[in-house]
Design a protein around this ligand. Structure first.
Ligand code: C5P
Ligand code: C5P
Length: 481
């Protein structure tokens, strides 16, 4: 199936590219994409390609595709609209735009709803899994390179987008499927280097203390964002963090023994914070490096690139995220560094709040939840549950759900562990069913999903989801504790 699927997928990419190329150049093409790393990267890939071709594109980043966005798009002067990283799961909403004679395109990787549209490309429609074979950025890249082949850097954005969506689910945190094919292509053009290493921020070039403190993915509870704690931690391992001349030591200054001590120390520390040994050991994995970015840049390591644009999106700095993807550095890079600091601080503030507010945590037999209420920004709740999922008191043996008050509804975010997905759990389908039961809307992937539900229905939604999961998994498959 994969081979036949691949040729059909590429044919669809070609036909969508041709349709976009046939739009008169003076017509505005509105690209609408999602605020996370994959969404910002995917939207920027389309922006690069259409600008290179000389078309007239305009990119809007949104929290989610809801009625508010549809109304704005309906009122916009653009006749041509490209939904990226969204659309396949929201077909009924799009009707209003078709009624207004808008010509719609969908470039997505979420679980699709029928009917399939001719101007829609989604890996699920061709036998691929959009949660690990290819992201929205990868899918956009397949279309974009058929519009303009002038811009080789779009393959880097495709890789960053996939890593932002945690699609590195192959052995040793490597990309698989079509993502891997894109990585191999980028590597052959000198745009990417891969190797095994510690997935710590700037591990090869930065002082150890900064490496630990600046690492966001994986989040190191108690260390990320806190240089003082990292200094203490390194000393506690018997490693001197400074050289004889008083300057900071980095990886290159450590002996092999010290490196081993550091690695073992980090793994033990993560286990002490409640991570399973498998999770903790995942700090070692495949590194994806962009050789054209300077060694001390947060954009050199593709995972940090993804965290950086994710931080922009989650903090509402969409323009900054897009300009980084479009190649702006200089002042934009300075702003990005500040944004990353703010992002780390925001995450640790929320984590502290959760720790001191046990009432925000609810553990049911088949699902567990954090209610961020009005404290946690609705754009950050997804990030917060992803980080806390592998820490105490949560368990990777059941899904985790987060709630946050949005302007006129409750934003729901949900995550499942790879192990649950292997057992057959499809979080996207269950979240959709539960959201619709309470008059909301939802969907996503087997491993990560989201919804909007009416305010006040959080408890009922959670109980219903608990029931759905227990039926879906079958008693005994998930440990109910
Ligand atoms: O819209 P989209 O598919 O891009 O979003 C998926 C979201 O779920 C991303 O923000 C990604 O980081 C998150 N995710 C996660 N854990 C996973 C898979 C995805 O937190 N295992
Ligand atoms: O917002 P969050 O990161 O939790 O979203 C997880 C996944 O669920 C994303 O891929 C997002 O696009 C998807 N989602 C969806 N429908 C919704 C809300 C979220 O498909 N109504």
């Amino acid at each position: 199936m994969a081979q036949e699927g691949e040729s059909l997928l590429l044919k669809r990419a070609e036909s969508i590219a041709n349709d976009l190329l046939s739009i008169p150049k003076e017509e505005e093409i509105l690209i609408v994409s999602h605020l996370d790393a994959d969404g910002i990267a995917a939207g920027s890939i389309m922006l690069h390609a259409l600008l290179d071709y000389g078309a007239n594109p305009c990119l809007r980043i949104v929290k989610q595709l809801d009625m508010g966005v549809i109304e704005d798009v309906a009122d916009s002067p653009s006749k041509f609209v490209v939904f990226v990283d969204m659309g396949s799961g929201q077909k009924p909403l799009l009707q209003k735009l078709e009624d207004k004679n808008k010509k719609l395109f969908i470039i997505d990787h979420h679980q699709p709803e029928p009917p399939e549209m001719e101007s829609e490309i989604n890996p699920h429609m061709f036998g691929y899994n959009g949660s690990n074979d290819i992201s929205a950025s990868g899918t956009a890249y397949l279309v974009a390179k058929r519009i303009s082949s002038n811009n080789p850097y779009t393959s880097q954005l495709a890789i960053a987008g996939a890593l932002g969506d945690i699609q590195d689910r192959g052995e040793r945190a490597s990309l698989v499927g079509l993502n891997k094919a894109i990585a191999v292509e980028a590597e052959s053009k000198g745009l990417l280097k891969t190797k095994l290493g510690l997935k710590l921020y700037g591990f090869e070039s930065r002082p150890l203390v900064q490496c630990l403190a600046n690492t966001i993915e994986p989040y190191l509870p108690g260390l990320s964002g806190d240089e003082g704690a990292c200094l203490k931690f390194i000393k506690s391992l018997g490693i001197d963090p400074v050289k004889a001349d008083g300057s900071w030591r980095s990886q290159a200054d450590l002996s092999n023994n010290e490196l081993r001590t550091l690695l073992n120390g980090i793994i033990k520390y993560l286990i002490s914070q409640g991570l399973s040994s498998k999770e903790a050991e995942s700090v070692v994995g495949t590194l994806y490096i962009f050789p054209n970015e300077p060694p001390d840049s947060p954009l050199r390591d593709a995972r940090e690139f993804a965290s950086s644009i994710n931080a922009c999106g989650r903090l509402g700095k969409y323009g900054l995220g897009v300009s980084i993807c479009m190649g702006d550095r200089g002042q934009a890079l300075e702003e990005l560094k500040q944004t990353l600091q703010e992002y780390r601080k925001t995450i640790s503030r929320y984590l502290n709040w959760i720790q001191t507010n046990n009432d925000s945590i609810k553990i049911l037999p088949y699902v567990q939840a954090i209610n961020g209420g009005t404290v946690v920004d609705d754009r950050m709740i997804g990030t917060i549950i992803s980080i806390t999922y592998s820490t105490k008191p949560f368990s990777l043996e059941k899904p985790i759900v987060g709630f946050a008050v949005s302007s006129d509804c409750i934003k729901v975010s949900a995550r499942a562990s790879p192990n649950l997905v292997k057992k057959g759990l499809n979080l996207g389908a269950l979240i959709k069913e539960a959201a619709e039961k309470f008059g909301g809307a939802g969907g996503g992937h087997n491993i990560a999903a989201g919804a909007q539900i009416p305010i006040g229905r959080e408890e009922a939604f959670l109980q219903y989801l608990n029931e759905l999961i227990s039926k879906n998994m079958g008693v005994g498959e998930i440990h109910a504790h």
